[in-house]
Design a binder for this molecule. Structure first.
Ligand code: 4H3
Length: 239
């Protein structure tokens, strides 16, 4: 008899593991972890400092503001965390942009190691031990922790059994390069605003047609770039 497949494992390497306690211990991620659908572990980078002062950062050569994470503690931590089937991902504004297609790719992996930089960044030489630099958007944060949370969340909800309704993750924004259609719940009239009549009709063919058209209209209005850019034929992920 075949044993059940082990869950996707995330190892998050960070100076601030407690930042993750809240987001990973509530709601859908909490349930997914409790049910063994997802294995998320946190590693404190400070545990891999190589001196008795527990130093992990130092000043940049050439001068300039702030501190950099030193290469050696990162290297020691990665040496411990990396297995044969691991992908090591550094969250960085210089990375490839994260999107739904990449989340779907990650959901098929076995082990993802998310490295969170902090302060001004990391010693560039650690990149030789990283498979992919990844960015969640064109902005700079104080650390890679919040981007790492976003990646875990986006990937987790694509794993089998994590969302209550199977298939719920496939039929939504971005998967088909369209925004979601507008949705409504009770009451049917709220402060003078009515729910579109078709949604109360019970006619599922008409409802589907309305939703397709509404999604197209919302996309044209709010994110025309999604309609212009042709879908990438094949997603290459060199990791
Ligand atoms: C990732 C990391 C933004 C993103 C990040 C993103 C702090 C990386 C420091 C940390 C470096 C600044 N900010 N857009 N910040 O995904 O360690 O570059």
């Amino acid at each position: 008899m075949s044993r059940p497949k082990p869950p996707l494992r995330f190892d998050v390497l960070t100076l601030f593991p407690r930042m993750f306690e809240g987001p990973f211990s509530e709601s859908i991620l909490k349930r997914a972890r409790e049910r063994g659908l997802l294995d998320v572990r946190l590693t404190d980078l400070r545990d891999f400092s190589t001196d008795r002062h527990h130093t992990v950062d130092d000043r940049p050569y050439g001068g300039g503001a702030g501190m950099l994470l030193m290469a050696e503690p990162l290297f020691q931590a990665l040496k411990r965390l990396r297995k044969k089937n691991s992908k090591v991902i550094l969250l960085s504004p210089q990375g490839r942009r994260f999107d739904q297609a990449l989340a779907a790719k990650f959901a098929k992996e076995r082990h993802l190691v998310l490295v969170c930089g902090h302060y001004e960044g990391v010693d560039e030489r650690i990149l030789d031990f990283v498979d992919l630099e990844l960015s969640v958007g064109d902005f700079v944060l104080t650390g890679g922790e919040i981007p790492a949370m976003a990646v875990v969340d986006a990937v987790a909800r694509l794993l089998p059994g994590v969302l209550a309704k199977p298939g719920a993750a496939e039929k939504e924004s971005f998967t088909e390069r369209l925004l979601d259609y507008p949705q409504y719940t009770r009451p049917a009239e709220w402060r003078g605003r009515k729910v579109p009549e078709v949604l109360l009709s019970g006619d599922h063919a008409r409802i589907d047609a309305w939703r397709r058209e509404a999604a197209r209209r919302a996309t044209a209005l709010k994110r025309p770039d999604l309609l212009e850019k042709p879908a990438r034929k094949k997603l290459r992920l060199r990791v």
